[in-house]
Design a protein around this ligand. Structure first.
Ligand code: FAD
Length: 513
C-alpha cells in the first residue's frame, strides 16, 4: 500500500510492547509498518505489576486469550486496593472495582445508606437493625477482597447480567517482564520488526524540526514517518531531542523515590493490592503466582534509602528473594505527549506514583486515542492537539484522585502528611470534595478515571462523611429503601459463601489447557 505509515517505537518496556502489539493487532500491517528498537543493556524499569480493569478491555480488543495470558504472566486477580493506615489510625478500607449497591428510586445507593446511618429513628421506623452495617457491606467486590474469594462475574439465567454479580470488574497482578515478553511474541507474529541496540543519536529535519533518523551504536540508522517514544524516564525523543518541558507536580505529590524488593510467594494469593501508609510514604504488596512484589514509595528528604529498604524488609510477609532496588522519580508530565512527529507513551510522557495503579492504564489511554486519531503520512496538527487535550484530562484526573488520598489523610506523624493536608489543591478536585462534603454528590466523568464508586470508597474510607444527603434522597419511601439495603446485604453474604478462594480459583485456572 503506497501510503502505509512507517512507525518506529523506541523502547521495549511495558509501554513499547503494548504499543507495538496494539498497532500490529488493530491497525495491522495494511496500515502501518512497525519497527521497535530496544536495548537489553539499558533494560526496563522492571516494576509495574498492578493494573485496573481497563487492561482486560485492552487484551480482549487484541484477541488475547485470557487464560493463556494469566498462565504465562504468573498473574493473579485483583478486585481492588486495600488501604491500611490511610484513614483513622488502625483502620483499613478497600477501593473496590465495583459498586456499592444499585440506585434506589433514582437516587444513589449511598445516599440512602447515609440517610439511615445518620437517623436512628428512621432506621427504627423502617425496620432496620440499630447497628446499620458499614457501607462496605453492600459492595460485593469489597466483601470478596475481605474474604479472599474470587469468581468471574456471571450472567444470570436470562441473557442479561445479574445486577449483583455484574456489579464488579476485575484486573490483574502480573509479572511485568513476562507481560512485555508475551506482547512481544504477539507483536512479532504480526510483523513487528525488533531491533536490538542502543540509540546514541537522533537527527531532526533542519526545517521542520521533525525527528528524521535514529542512529544506533551499531551504525544502523532507522528513519520513519512517526516515532513513538517509549524510552522510559529518559524520554529520549520527546524530552531530550524535542525539548518538551516537564511539568512537575511534586508540590502535590512529594514522594520522589521507591525501593522495590521481591519476596517469596504468598500462598493465599489475595485478590487485592495492599497499600500501607507510613510516616514518610507508603508500602505496596502485590501477590503474584510465583512471588510477591513489594515496594516502599517515600519522600527522600524524610527517610534515607537504607532506612527505607530496612523498613520495607522488616515488613515483608514472606522472606525476601532479591536485593532492594532504588528508583528515583518526579511526579508530573511533559507539557504535551504529541509534538511534531513524536508521540510519547508511558514513563517518557509522565509519571504518577503507583498508589492507584494508573500508569499502565495511561499507556493504554495514549494507545487507544492514538489509534482513534491515527494520522496519515503527513502531519495534521489538529490531531495532535486533540490527542494532547484528551491525554491531559486523563493525567490530571488520575493525578487528582491520587492527591485526594494524601490530602484527606488524617495522619500527622510527619511533614509529608501535614503538608498534604494543608496544601492548596487543584480547583476541580477542591470542587469535587466540597460537593461530596455538602451533599454526598459525585459527578460521573465523561472522560478519564475514576468512576463515582471509586471516589466514594476513598471519601468514606478516609473519614469524609457528607453533612447532608441530596434533598431528593429524603423523598424516597424509607420502607422500600430499607428493604433493598437488607436484601442486598444478605444476597452478598450468600454469594461470598459459595465462591472459591482466590488461590483455589488461580489453581484451577492453571490446570486448564
Ligand atoms: P521502561 O520500562 O523504562 O522501558 C524503557 C525502554 O526504553 C527499555 O526497553 C529501554 O531499553 C529502552 N531505551 C531507553 N533508552 C534507549 C536507547 N538510548 N536506545 C535503545 N533503547 C532505549 N504502573 C502500573 O500500572 N502499576 C503499578 O503497580 C506500577 N508500579 C510502579 C512502581 C514504581 C516504583 C514505578 C517507578 C513505576 C510503577 N508503575 C506502575 C509504572 C510502570 O512501571 C510503567 O508505566 C511501565 O513499566 C512502563 O514503563 P516504560 O515502558 O514507559 O519504560
Amino acid at each position: 500500500m503506497a501510503d502505509k505509515i512507517k512507525i518506529a517505537i523506541v523502547g521495549g518496556g511495558t509501554a513499547g510492547w503494548m504499543t507495538a502489539a496494539a498497532l500490529a493487532g488493530i491497525a495491522t500491517d495494511k496500515i502501518c509498518e512497525l519497527i521497535l528498537v530496544e536495548s537489553e543493556a539499558i533494560g526496563t524499569v522492571g516494576v509495574g505489576e498492578a493494573t485496573i480493569p481497563a487492561i482486560k478491555e485492552f487484551n480482549d480488543r487484541l484477541g488475547i486469550p485470557e487464560t493463556e495470558m494469566l498462565q504465562q504472566t504468573r498473574a493473579t486477580f485483583k478486585l481492588g486496593i486495600e488501604f491500611q493506615g490511610w484513614g483513622k489510625p488502625g483502620t483499613s478500607y478497600i477501593h473496590p472495582f465495583g459498586t456499592f449497591g444499585q440506585p434506589i428510586a433514582g437516587t444513589d445507593f449511598h445516599q440512602q445508606w447515609l440517610r439511615f446511618f445518620s437517623d436512628s429513628a428512621l432506621r427504627e421506623n423502617a425496620g432496620l437493625s440499630q447497628q446499620l452495617p458499614p457501607l462496605e457491606a453492600y459492595s460485593l467486590a469489597v466483601q470478596m477482597c475481605r474474604a479472599g474469594k474470587f469468581d468471574y462475574p456471571k450472567a444470570s439465567a436470562g441473557s442479561a447480567l445479574d445486577p449483583i454479580e455484574s456489579s464488579y470488574a476485575y484486573a490483574y497482578h502480573f509479572d511485568a517482564g513476562l507481560y512485555a515478553r508475551y506482547l512481544r511474541d504477539y507483536a512479532e507474529q504480526r510483523g513487528v520488526r525488533r531491533i536490538e541496540g542502543r540509540i546514541h543519536n537522533v537527527s531532526q529535519d533542519p526545517h521542520s524540526g521533525d525527528i528524521q533518523t535514529l542512529h544506533l551504536e551499531s551504525g544502523q540508522q532507522i528513519s520513519a514517518d512517526y516515532f513513538i517514544d517509549c524510552s522510559g524516564f529518559r524520554s529520549l525523543l520527546l524530552g531530550q531531542t524535542l525539548g518538551v518541558a516537564y511539568q512537575s507536580w511534586k508540590h502535590w505529590l512529594p514522594c520522589d523515590s521507591a525501593v522495590a524488593m521481591p519476596s517469596a510467594r504468598d500462598a493465599d494469593l489475595p485478590p487485592v493490592t495492599r497499600s500501607t501508609a507510613q510516616p514518610a510514604g507508603w508500602q505496596w504488596r502485590i501477590p503474584l503466582q510465583h512471588r510477591c512484589g513489594n515496594g516502599f514509595v517515600y519522600q527522600s528528604s524524610l527517610i534515607g534509602d537504607d532506612e527505607a529498604a530496612d523498613s520495607l524488609a522488616s515488613s515483608l510477609k514472606t522472606p525476601a528473594i532479591g536485593d532492594p532496588r532504588i528508583i528515583r522519580f518526579e511526579a508530573g508530565k511533559r507539557a504535551c505527549s504529541w509534538h511534531k512527529n513524536c508521540i510519547a507513551v508511558g514513563l517518557a510522557a509522565g509519571f504518577l506514583e503507583p498508589l492507584e495503579s494508573t500508569s499502565i492504564y495511561l499507556i493504554q489511554a495514549a494507545i487507544v486515542n492514538f489509534l482513534k486519531l491515527l494520522p496519515g503520512k503527513s502531519l495534521q496538527p489538529q490531531l495532535a492537539r486533540e490527542f494532547n487535550r484528551l491525554l491531559n484530562l486523563e493525567y490530571e484526573r488520575a493525578r487528582d484522585f491520587i492527591i485526594l488520598h494524601y490530602h484527606l489523610n488524617p495522619r500527622t506523624d510527619s511533614e509529608l502528611w501535614r503538608h498534604c493536608q494543608s496544601m492548596s489543591i487543584p480547583d476541580e478536585l477542591r470542587l469535587r470534595i466540597e460537593a461530596f462534603r455538602k451533599r454526598g454528590f459525585i459527578e460521573q466523568y465523561r472522560h478519564g478515571l475514576f468512576a463515582p464508586p471509586s471516589w466514594l470508597s476513598v471519601f468514606m474510607g478516609q473519614g469524609l462523611k457528607p453533612r447532608q444527603v441530596e434533598p431528593l434522597a429524603n423523598q424516597v419511601d424509607p420502607h422500600k429503601a430499607a428493604q433493598t439495603l437488607s436484601s442486598l446485604e444478605q444476597t452478598i453474604r450468600r454469594q461470598i459463601a459459595a465462591m472459591p478462594s482466590s488461590a483455589e480459583f488461580v489453581q484451577q485456572l492453571n490446570s486448564m489447557p
